[in-house]
Write a protein that binds this ligand. Structure first.
Ligand SMILES: *Cc1c(COP(=O)(O)O)cnc(C)c1O
Length: 397
């Protein structure tokens, strides 16, 4: 069966919530993907910042297979060792105090919001607290996560969403200050806005929001679902700023392909928020998912993945700056580490993404006019060169 037939078959049974690109991926190797007709692609999307170790990274599959042979699921009514190991490693990497494992990013956000609400409720003795979120943000598609997502297109059909959310402008401290009142329990934001178009927080903004939160006993929730897990050359992007959140959300690359997320709390938030009976999940923290998390941290450590990202970032940035200098339609480069965006003006980004796919390069878009590059963290200089050669050819058209 050719790809066209495979696509038609999928459309028969699968709800059409994505306008997918006309390719059926079959397998991966290193940082290459292959479709069902055997064509090779260089992967600069990593399944949307998930496959940070690429495909079949040494040791990863073996770790997962070993856990499958022991136990894949047991409920949260019991203890399991992979969860304890994964939790310990996540706390070492983040210098936070307690972790709760979820099945996805959106669920990590849901848990973080509940923890913030509960913290405020315990402190004041009443409910009805408010949350400040950012315009142009993205936190996921469940109702709670959508309630703090600053994108009218995603939200409008589903109103009314969770109440008590006010939106400030990212990187505008005064706009956040203006929304604080005695009921504010949390400020939530991505450290680097991803879906919105790759906008890193400014140092001044993140420090300012941290200070504002401290002064008012408001919890700072940093969404590290896309920018975390080494993508910026730090385990978590806020570590580059020297600013620590009270609650952090993590997912995407946490399991490098196994669906898993987490919300992670500092001591203050952990000790006075969610208590037995306040939160739960059937799958979250199951031994299979946590074996993946544990293996990912082990590999990051063993093979110095963060150092690799730090060392190669200037090379990637230079290469992209070269494209920006050469082509008028590339009006800016933004990003941190291996989370980079090229702002495109005067031609549709979707056309560039489609052409790249034809030429054997997987890249994605962000916002309305940004080419997003979130490759596996294990790419080499040669991979960057190949990516630039292909993009150069397409931008010249
Ligand atoms: C992808 C993403 C989410 C949602 O994660 P899912 O696993 O798709 O639910 C939330 N926040 C950010 C910043 C993301 O990039």
């Amino acid at each position: 069966m050719g790809m066209t037939n495979q696509i038609e078959e999928a459309e028969v049974s699968i709800l059409h919530t994505y306008n997918r690109f006309p390719v059926v991926f079959d397998r991966g190797e290193g940082v290459s993907l292959y479709d069902t007709e055997g064509k090779r692609y260089l992967d600069f999307a990593a399944g949307i910042a998930v496959n940070s170790l690429g495909y079949h990274y040494p040791g990863y599959d073996e770790g997962l297979k070993a856990q499958i042979d022991k136990l894949t699921h047991i409920s949260n009514l019991y203890y399991n060792q992979p969860m304890a190991e994964a939790g310990a490693k996540l706390l070492v990497a983040s210098h936070m105090h307690k972790a709760f494992f979820t099945n996805s990013g959106a669920e990590a956000i849901e848990g973080a919001l509940k923890a913030a609400k509960k913290y405020a409720c315990s402190k004041t003795g009443h409910a009805g607290h408010e949350i400040i979120a950012m315009n142009n943000s993205f936190h996921g598609r469940t109702v709670g996560a959508l309630s703090v997502t600053g994108n009218a297109h995603y939200r409008d059909p589903f109103e009314p969403l969770m109440g008590g959310v006010r939106f400030a402008d990212f990187n505008d401290l005064e706009s956040v200050k203006a929304l604080v009142n005695e009921n504010t329990c949390a400020v939530i934001m991505e450290t680097v806005q991803g879906e919105g178009g790759i906008y890193p927080a400014t140092q001044e903004f993140l420090e300012g929001v941290r200070r504002l939160c401290d002064e008012n006993d408001i919890l700072l929730i940093l969404d590290e679902i896309q920018c975390g897990m080494g993508r910026t050359g730090h385990y978590f992007a806020w570590q580059a700023y020297g600013v620590q959140p009270d609650i952090m959300t993590c997912a995407k690359a946490l399991g490098c392909g196994v669906p898993v997320g987490a919300f992670v709390l500092n001591e203050k938030a952990a000790s006075a928020s969610l208590m037995p009976g306040d939160h739960g999940t059937t799958y979250g923290g199951n031994p299979f998912a946590c074996a993946a998390v544990s293996k990912v941290f082990e590999i990051y450590q063993r093979d110095m993945i963060l150092t690799h990202v730090q060392e190669l970032t200037p090379y990637l940035e230079n290469a992209l700056d070269g494209l920006a200098a050469k082509y008028d339609c590339v009006t800016a480069r933004r990003g941190m580490g291996f989370m980079q965006g090229l702002e495109i003006n005067g031609r549709p980004v979707s056309g560039i993404v489609s052409r790249a796919l034809e030429e054997g390069l997987v890249i994605i878009s962000a916002g309305s006019n940004v080419l997003r590059l979130v490759p596996p963290l294990v790419i080499t200089r040669a991979d960057i060169d190949e990516m630039v050669r292909i993009l150069d050819r397409i931008l010249a058209e």
